[in-house]
Design a binder for this molecule. Structure first.
Ligand SMILES: [Zn+2]
Length: 433
């Protein structure tokens, strides 16, 4: 007997009336119309069953700290960094753990089951590192967390000196942080930025780790750290293991230069994470009008065969007062900012918070196929387009075949003479003639 059978489901690739059979935490069969004995049987009623949402870029050490010790009045990146600097000495491990745990509850409710989070490694006490390692251990039964050693103040720029900063970052890796981070555009000079990319990529190569750098998160059209990141990736044989996050400056770069840069990135198999909610709010702040959008060139990168994911980046922290762990909201914003409105492009936006993000994290056995982990989300939508349009309710969230969360369908009761009793704003209710 099967442990779980979901039948009559639609899948993101367009297949309908599909059954997904689960045994021992894994998918054993995905086929049309299978009905078989199971301990738990769910009729999906034609709704969309998707692999879980994955967030390839987050800051869990700062999350849910909005307003502490004060709100970011200007809303800029630099004031956010300043507010975070004021909060850091006041942080306790317990508060960090409890806020992160609360965020992880939200994540599960939204079907978000793997998160790559950066963690600030400028504090020699490594308080945030220890807190997030504890959170990683606690949420392991339901969320896969990856930690990135992120030197927020610049590994060469920080006030205690480059040697001590690098040593602190290495101690974070020794404690179990998974990925090497960086912030080259925040170093003092372009040359220091390039040097930081070189040193950090060498460290990752030495230790056999992946790299994920905040790279060129600015509106400076002359920033060149993506180029250096691609070059170091290739020089050190790290192809496919290096991610450039944000890459906002690419929005403002000269088009001729980008026509050279994108093939270099493709050659290095660089992965890209764009953070639409944050880029659209933090970039272009020095512009009057026209105001730049500041999001990297997502459709052009995808067209070059580069893997692009969308990340949440921030939720209720010094940089962003909104957010809820809803990756459909992230993809919805990405779709608008990048004008990815064709049917194919809308599908790509959905993939940017599912399959593509899983690839950034290097997750194995992810997807809806026999042999994959039985991790999935049943959405109150017929297909990815409707899921994005409605930021659809996550009806049921499963990990390894176990039900983790349920949300009642969103339906409004109507009290209108001669009209239906309820509506869920679904496409299926539209008269077709
Ligand atoms: Zn970030």
């Amino acid at each position: 007997m099967l442990d779980l059978l979901i039948h009559n489901a639609s899948l993101p690739d367009g297949r309908t009336n599909m059954s997904v059979a689960v045994q021992n935490g894994r998918i054993v069969e995905v086929t049309v119309g299978l009905i078989a004995p199971a301990h738990e049987t769910v009729d999906a009623q034609g709704q969309l069953l998707s692999p879980p949402f994955i967030d390839a870029h987050f800051h869990m050490d700062a999350t849910l700290s909005y307003g502490m010790p004060r709100a970011n009045a200007s809303g800029t990146l630099l004031e956010g960094i300043a507010v975070w600097g004021e909060l850091k000495p006041l942080l306790t491990q317990e508060a960090l753990v409890e806020r992160a745990m609360a965020y992880c509850d939200w994540a599960v409710a939204k079907g978000l089951l793997a998160i790559r989070t950066h963690v600030d490694v400028c504090d020699p006490r490594l308080l945030a590192v220890d807190a997030l390692l504890e959170v990683k251990r606690r949420v392991a039964p339901y969320i896969e967390m990856q930690l990135v050693a992120f030197p927020q103040n610049g590994v060469l720029r920080g006030t205690t000196g480059p040697q001590e900063h690098m040593d602190t970052l290495k101690r974070a890796l020794d404690r179990g942080v998974d990925v090497v981070g960086g912030i080259p555009h925040f170093e003092r000079t372009m040359a220091d930025g390039a040097l930081s990319v070189k040193l950090l990529c060498e460290l990752a190569a030495e230790r056999g780790l992946r790299v994920d750098m905040h790279c060129d998160e600015s509106d400076d059209p002359h920033s060149r750290h993506v180029e250096t990141l691609a070059f170091e990736t290739q020089r050190l044989g790290l192809q496919g293991r290096v991610t450039g996050s944000h890459l906002s400056s690419m929005h403002s770069m000269d088009n001729y230069y980008v026509s050279k840069l994108i093939p270099l990135m493709a050659e290095a198999d660089l992965q890209v994470v764009s953070n639409p909610l944050i880029n659209i709010t933090l970039q272009g702040r020095h512009d009057s009008y026209p105001k730049r959008r500041g999001m990297t060139r997502v459709p052009e990168l995808l067209a070059a065969g580069i893997n692009v994911a969308f990340g949440q980046d921030c939720t209720m922290d010094p940089w962003y007062s909104l957010g809820s762990g809803d990756m459909l909201e992230v993809a919805h914003m990405g779709l608008h900012v990048a004008q990815m409105t064709s049917q194919a492009a809308i599908g790509q936006c959905f993939e940017a918070v599912t399959r593509n993000a899983a690839r950034v994290l290097g997750l194995s056995d992810y997807g809806l196929a026999a042999g994959c982990n039985a991790d999935f989300v049943l959405l109150q939508a017929a297909d990815p387009m409707e899921a994005l349009r409605l930021r659809a309710t996550r009806l049921r969230v499963y990990r390894r075949g176990k039900l983790l969360a349920q949300t009642p369908a969103a339906t409004s009761q109507l009290h209108l003479a001669g009209r239906p009793e309820s509506t869920a704003c679904r496409a299926e209710s539209i008269p077709r003639f």
